[in-house]
Ligand binder design. Structure first.
Ligand SMILES: [Zn+2]
Length: 312
C-alpha cells in the first residue's frame, strides 16, 4: 500500500499517534518512570530491585514503624491516589489501611503480594479465626512468591520492558536462594533443643516453621493486643524451666514488655539476657545493612544464633 493521497496519510498517522498515546501508562511522573507506592520496607525493597530503572518507588512505612497500627495520613492518601501501582502485604498486616486500599483498588493496580502465596503454604493466624498469619517475609522461600508477584504485576502493567523485569527478578531470586541457605547454615550451629526464640510479638512463626525454631511471642500476632499478666507469667515459667539464655526486642515494638519479662525472670532467680534487637515488621534505617531485606534477614539470624549460643 502506498500513500499517494497525502490527506489520507496524515489522517492515518494522526490516528496511530492517538492510539499510541492512549496505550501509554496513565500519569507517568516527571522522570517517565512508573510511580510505585508500597507499605512496608521489605516490599519497597523488592519493588525497587525488580523494577530497576523503570520505576520510582515510595515506601510509606520507614524504619521502626509498626504496620499493624499504621494509619494513612492525609499526605499518604494523596501519595496513594497519585500512584500507578500500589503493592502491600495483605493478610491483614496493614489492618488500618485495608479500607482505603480496597477503595483505590477499584480504579488502579493494587496488589496484596502475600496473597500470591498458595493457601496450603500459609500459616493460620493463632488468634483470628479464618485469617492467616501475615508475617510471610520471615520464610525466605515464601518471600520468593512475593518477588514473583511483583515481577508479574510489572510485566502486566508495562509489557514492553518484560525482559528487564524477568532478568531483575531472576537475579534477586538467586540471591534469595543463597540467603535461605545462609539462614539454614547459621541455624544449624544451634543444637535443636537450643532453638527457642522469644520475642516481643508473635511475628516469627514462619521463621520458626522454616528454620525449626520453637517460637514464643509476648504479645499476640498483632501488636494491637496487649501482653497480659498471664502471658508474662507463662513465659517467665517457660524461660526459667528451660534455662533460655536470651530473649529479643524488636525495632518496631516498644521494649517495655520484654524488659518486664526480663525482670519477672530475675525475680524468679534466673538471669535471661536481652539478646539484641531484631528487625521484625520494619527494616533498619536506609543506608545501613539492615535497611535492606537481605541485610535484615542476615542480621536477625546472626543475632539470634550468637545470643542463644552465648557468644559476645
Ligand atoms: Zn507483626
Amino acid at each position: 500500500m502506498s500513500f499517494r493521497n497525502p490527506t489520507l496519510f496524515t489522517l492515518l498517522l494522526a490516528g496511530a499517534l492517538l492510539i499510541s498515546a492512549c496505550a501509554a501508562p496513565a500519569n507517568p511522573n516527571a522522570e517517565g518512570k512508573i510511580n510505585v507506592v508500597t507499605t512496608i520496607g521489605q516490599i519497597a525493597d523488592a519493588a525497587t530491585i525488580v523494577g530497576g530503572e523503570h520505576v520510582h518507588v515510595t515506601g510509606l512505612m520507614g524504619a521502626g514503624v509498626d504496620p499493624h497500627l499504621y494509619v494513612a495520613s492525609e499526605g499518604d492518601v494523596t501519595i496513594l491516589q497519585e500512584a500507578e501501582i500500589i503493592f502491600y502485604n495483605g493478610l491483614y498486616l496493614e489492618a488500618q489501611m485495608n479500607q482505603i486500599l480496597e477503595q483505590i483498588s477499584e480504579y488502579k493496580t493494587v496488589v496484596a503480594l502475600a496473597e500470591s502465596i498458595p493457601v496450603g503454604e500459609r500459616l493460620a493466624s493463632p488468634i483470628y479465626d479464618d485469617e492467616y498469619d501475615p508475617h510471610v517475609w520471615f520464610d525466605v522461600q515464601l518471600w520468593q512468591y512475593v518477588v514473583g508477584a511483583v515481577r508479574d504485576a510489572y510485566i502486566e502493567f508495562d509489557p514492553e520492558n518484560a525482559a528487564d523485569y524477568q532478568a531483575n527478578a531472576a537475579a534477586y531470586l538467586t540471591e534469595l536462594e543463597a540467603l535461605d541457605a545462609y539462614v539454614r547454615q547459621q541455624a544449624a550451629r544451634l543444637p535443636a533443643e537450643q532453638r527457642v526464640l522469644i520475642t516481643a510479638h508473635d511475628a516469627f512463626n514462619y521463621f520458626g516453621r522454616a528454620y525449626q525454631f520453637r517460637v514464643l511471642g509476648l504479645q499476640g500476632i498483632s501488636t494491637q493486643s496487649e501482653a497480659s499478666t498471664a502471658d508474662v507469667q507463662e513465659l517467665t515459667a517457660f524461660i526459667v524451666q528451660n534455662q533460655v539464655p536470651a530473649i529479643f526486642i524488636e525495632s518496631s515494638v516498644p521494649v517495655r514488655n520484654v524488659e518486664a519479662l526480663q525482670e519477672a525472670v530475675a525475680a524468679r532467680g534466673f538471669e535471661v539476657r536481652i539478646g539484641g534487637q531484631l528487625f521484625s515488621d520494619a527494616m533498619g534505617n536506609p543506608g545501613t545493612p539492615e535497611g535492606t531485606y537481605l541485610g535484615m534477614v542476615r542480621h536477625n539470624i546472626d543475632t539470634i544464633v550468637s545470643a542463644l549460643l552465648g557468644e559476645e
